[in-house]
Write a protein that binds this ligand. Structure first.
Ligand code: GLU
Length: 549
């Protein structure tokens, strides 16, 4: 049987391919890395993590980072998934140098970058493997393969298509001709060069030398539809695209020996491999991989919906990859996390443990360091995408919104309680009159439950006299004096000395004011809140509340 019939799409020799995709003209030591997601409609945080590491390596060595869409499995493909991948990389600041971009743009000299467009390339390479006897067609049906598996199970031997179980491996070519003539579907398999169980030592940049089981399986290279399996596509693409470092999830570790065999049979130099530990989480007392099905935080969409600032997530992921990042951060407090010099051989070898609290604390610090205008821009951007009703409130009063977001963000004590923007609507909606209107019953209820209840005359006096121009000290003095006239001791100490003599203490009065102004018991600094709300708003809210009593 001629290899031509089995690889009808082949259009070049491997030598012509070599010439068409020459070694890249890059300085010594420059790394060429890639991100190879499958368009399944879901960008896993682990994918972003791998992309981040790959891009970082390319960037810091003056190399190239490219995006390759691994779409050979049409059954798993989801419409719009490629756009989602492209926009995710963009949104996270991890845009590729080469590959497919928005609006159908393609950049780079080593494409096409979509595997579905590389059929002729794969078949050209497989044709050579067939010619050299390193591959062969296999016409085994699903039933026959199932029967093999059952026999192997009964004999308690390793399952698979290998050695004498590889029924088409050494068949008379005439039988293959007959099967082909009968129109039977076929796949092309590798003729594994391993004759028996053995070990092979393969290098890994993160993990050092690995001793792994040699591959004995006659793995499928081309599927019945003429498209490659991951194994073949990975080898062909990473060779012809001149990848120097294959950085991928550690789930590919077990097929690394197979990939090494294919590289070797083709006479191609193997790239460096770095198998990255998956991101895991604690589930009770055991660790498990973040699951697409069970964990919302497995999807990068989650972080966008929750409104984590991009830089916080990126910083968190770098932190996860490399424990030494924290020391670097201390020495370079203002530097962009994406300039951190990552070293693959010093990365965490064991699984990276996802820690939401750590992410929150990184994010709180970052948000605490942003200026008011940046916070407003980020909150507004988030709200427009994820909370349109809240966006309307912001849009109606941008200056007021910015001032609200600036509360307790200046001076010595900067608030660090916001970890992501989805927290903000609940935190500040009360400042806006339309939202306060909705919250008013809650304010009434809280006020009614206060013990001691504030006298209406106290509220009236505050409403009448409030002046936002008062400094904090003047404001305190003013408010304390009013309180004292209505039975609130100026301090806890005074109150405790003679509880019977007082209605309550300053804190009780402040609690009432908080409720009246914000419909909440706990708020940031009351003096600042009143200043930001302004005299009119403060007056009208307090006057209204005086009427409830
Ligand atoms: N498409 C593969 C995946 O999503 C890519 C693995 C690799 O980077 O080689 O797992």
């Amino acid at each position: 049987m001629t290899p031509e019939i089995l690889t009808p799409h082949a259009d070049r020799t491997p030598e012509e391919l070599e010439a068409a995709y020459p070694a890249r003209d890059l300085p010594a030591g420059a790394a060429v890395t890639r991100f190879g997601p499958s368009p399944t409609g879901f960008v896993h945080i682990g994918g972003l993590y791998t992309a981040l590491i790959s891009r970082r390596l390319a960037r810091q060595t003056g190399g190239v980072f490219f995006l390759r869409i691994e779409d050979t499995d049409k059954k798993r493909e989801v419409a719009g998934a490629e756009d989602l991948i492209i926009s995710s990389l963009h949104d996270w600041g991890l845009e590729a140098d080469e590959g497919n971009f928005a609006h159908g743009e393609v950049r780079g000299s080593h494409g096409p970058y979509r595997q579905s467009e590389r059929k002729a390339i794969y078949q050209s390479v497989v044709r050579r493997l067939l010619e050299q006897g390193h591959a062969y067609p296999c016409f085994a049906s699903a039933e026959e393969l199932q029967a093999l598996r059952e026999q192997q199970q009964a004999l308690k031997i390793p399952p698979g298509y290998y050695g004498k179980w590889a029924i088409w491996r050494d068949k008379d070519p005439a039988e293959a001709e007959a099967a082909l003539a009968a129109g039977k579907p076929f796949v092309i398999r590798l003729r594994s060069p391993a004759s028996g169980p053995d070990k092979v030592t393969l290098p890994d940049v993160v993990r050092g030398d690995l001793v792994l089981d040699t591959n004995r399986q006659d793995a499928v290279l081309l599927k019945a539809d003429g498209m490659p399996t991951y194994h073949l596509a990975h080898v062909v693409d990473d060779h012809l695209m001149r990848t120097t470092h294959v950085i991928r999830g550690h789930e590919w570790l077990s097929s690394y020996p197979l990939h090494a065999q294919i590289f070797d049979l083709l006479g191609w130099e193997r790239p460096h491999f770095a198998h990255i530990s998956p991101i895991e989480k604690m589930d009770g007392s055991s660790r498990r991989k973040l699951s697409k099905r069970k964990d919302p935080e497995a999807s990068v969409e989650y972080y966008l919906e929750q409104g984590y600032p991009r830089d916080a997530v990126i910083e968190y992921l770098i932190n996860l990859a490399d424990g030494r990042f924290e020391d670097w951060r201390k020495e370079n407090p203002a530097a962009d996390a994406l300039t951190y010099p990552l070293e693959l051989d010093r990365m965490n070898r064991s699984g990276a443990l996802f820690d939401g609290d750590k992410l929150d604390s990184i994010s709180r610090e970052l948000i605490g360091s942003m200026d008011d205008a940046a916070v407003y821009a980020a909150v507004s951007d988030w709200a427009h995408r994820h909370d349109p009703a809240f966006a309307l409130l912001l849009d109606a009063e941008p200056a007021y919104s910015t001032a609200i977001l600036g509360i307790e963000r200046h001076g010595e004590r900067v608030r660090k309680d916001i970890a992501h923007w989805a927290q903000v609507p609940a935190d500040i909606s009360c400042f806006f009159d339309p939202a306060y209107g909705v919250l008013e019953p809650q304010a009434r209820e809280l006020l009614a439950s206060l013990e001691p209840a504030p006298p209406a005359a106290l509220l009236a006096e505050i409403a009448a006299g409030y002046d936002p121009a008062l400094s904090r000290d003047e404001w305190l003095e003013w408010l304390r004096a009013i309180g004292e006239r209505h039975g609130y001791a100026q301090s806890m100490k005074i109150y405790k000395a003679d509880k019977e003599a007082w209605r309550g203490h300053f804190g009780d009065m402040a609690a009432a004011l908080r409720i009246v102004l914000t419909a909440r018991r706990n708020t940031p600094d009351l003096c600042e809140i009143m200043q930001v709300m302004g005299a009119d708003r403060v007056r009208s809210r307090i006057e209204a509340a005086a009427g409830w009593l």
